[in-house]
Design a protein around this ligand. Structure first.
Ligand SMILES: C[S@@+](CC[C@H](N)C(=O)[O-])C[C@H]1O[C@@H](n2cnc3c(N)ncnc32)[C@H](O)[C@@H]1O
Ligand SMILES: C[C@H](CCN)[C@@H](N)C(=O)O
Ligand code: SF4
Length: 362
């Protein structure tokens, strides 16, 4: 029988936990025990980041995709979604609006839209130019998620101004991966992240919860995230999407996601851990922050004609998914947006000490 006090005490002293201890934390259901887990996670966040959080603006600039991920609304064969492709001018204008709203990073997210990838007439030139234009217009750090691209394209994306590369594995259980990311090589996707890290891009790794995964899978993913040296680790609860093979999946609630966020904080105390607004909108933010998250992602400007990934419209048109909209929730949690210079310093320190502990925010 695992003793929660012993496990939490080991975690707080950065003593590695056994897989069974990690699974025990992931599987907590008792409210009082979960609150002890969350309190420990908040204490670790405080130790490494004080009361500071980071805000990520989200520009989902193309909803076209050549892939057929079983969980995703934007899979190629789905006729349900609104398909759009924003122009470079629109992308820059939206990025400027996000910068004015006070975000720390511009997340240029896309489907694997053939118009921007290798076989496009312009090859990757348009994608590279978008990164350059957004960097020039905002001066902010940029995250890009084009899927698997050749190493030399990663190099050029970094030269163009990209700081982060997001290419989630969703799961490191190869059987499950094959059922989720149909016809997408597990190893190519993993190797693309390894290449990105090797050339100095910061890498984010993400898990999907509620798609047939188990706590043992999650614990295994933690060891892969550590092996990768991911600077940002995250998870999202699966949101069933109309028109997809998993549309009839019963949404499992957020308990597992919230527990994972807290355990991530204990295992990766100096890393960035998102609370995504794209799962439950702003109503889910407080719980995720209370579990130790220190990044709010998927801030989307109203009236920009942008859709979210899993919650395509929730809380967007009314302006709730903005820095101003979430500020009262941050205050309730005793948290405050970091200064842009603090985020830039964290990035520089993390780039400089890959794999070692990053510097504490003041
Ligand atoms: C923003 S999408 C698009 C970026 C890029 N096309 C890719 O697949 O990496 C990236 C992530 O959103 C998450 N996602 C997509 N559909 C989701 C859903 N229905 N519920 C929860 N998360 C979802 C998945 O983890 C996916 O890797
Ligand atoms: C998963 C997306 C980000 C991709 N870099 C966005 N829907 C999010 O919730 O952060
Ligand atoms: S997760 Fe990404 S690659 Fe998969 S279908 Fe959705 S947009 Fe395309």
């Amino acid at each position: 029988m695992q003793n929660l006090s012993t496990i939490l005490d080991k975690a707080m002293h950065r003593i590695p936990l056994a897989q069974q201890e990690i699974i025990h934390l992931l599987q907590l259901t008792d409210p009082a025990e979960r609150e002890r887990l969350f309190a420990a996670a908040r204490q670790q966040r405080q130790r490494y980041f004080a009361d500071k959080v980071f805000l990520y603006g989200f520009v989902y600039f193309s909803t076209y995709c050549r892939n057929e991920c079983a969980f995703c609304f934007y899979r190629n064969s789905n006729n349900e979604p609104v398909r759009y492709r924003k122009s470079k001018e629109e992308i820059v204008a939206i990025s400027r609006a996000l910068a004015a709203d006070g975000v720390h990073l511009i997340d240029l997210t896309m489907g694997e839209d053939p118009a921007f990838l290798a076989n496009a007439a312009s090859g990757y030139e348009d994608l590279l130019e978008i990164v350059q234009l957004v960097k020039a217009a905002t001066g902010l750090p940029i995250m890009i998620s084009p899927g698997v691209v050749p190493r030399e394209v990663l190099v050029r994306l970094k030269q163009a101004g990209a700081d982060w590369y997001a290419c989630y594995q969703e799961t490191h259980n190869r059987r499950l991966y094959g059922e989720l990311r149909l016809n997408q090589s597990y190893d190519q996707r993993w190797d693309s992240k390894v290449s990105a890290a090797a050339i100095g891009l910061l890498v984010e790794e993400g898990l999907l919860v509620g798609v047939g995964d188990c706590a043992r899978d999650t614990a295994h993913s933690f060891s892969r995230m550590r092996e990768l040296g991911a600077a940002q680790v995250r998870t999202m609860s699966f949101v069933p999407q109309a028109g997809t093979p998993l549309a009839e999946t019963v949404a499992a609630g957020n308990r597992r996601e919230i527990n994972i966020i807290a355990v991530m904080r204990l295992l990766f105390p100096d890393r960035l851990i998102p609370a995504s607004l794209d799962v439950e909108g702003v109503s889910g933010l407080k719980e995720r922050l209370a579990a130790g998250a220190n990044v709010v992602t998927s801030l989307i400007p109203p009236q920009a004609g942008l859709l979210g990934v899993s919650q395509s419209t929730l809380d967007i048109a009314d302006g709730c998914r903005t820095a101003a909209g979430i500020r009262p929730i941050l205050q309730e949690c005793g948290l405050t947006p970091a200064a842009p210079a603090e985020y830039a310093a964290w990035l520089d320190n993390t780039r400089g000490c890959r794999g070692r502990e990053a510097v504490v925010c003041g």
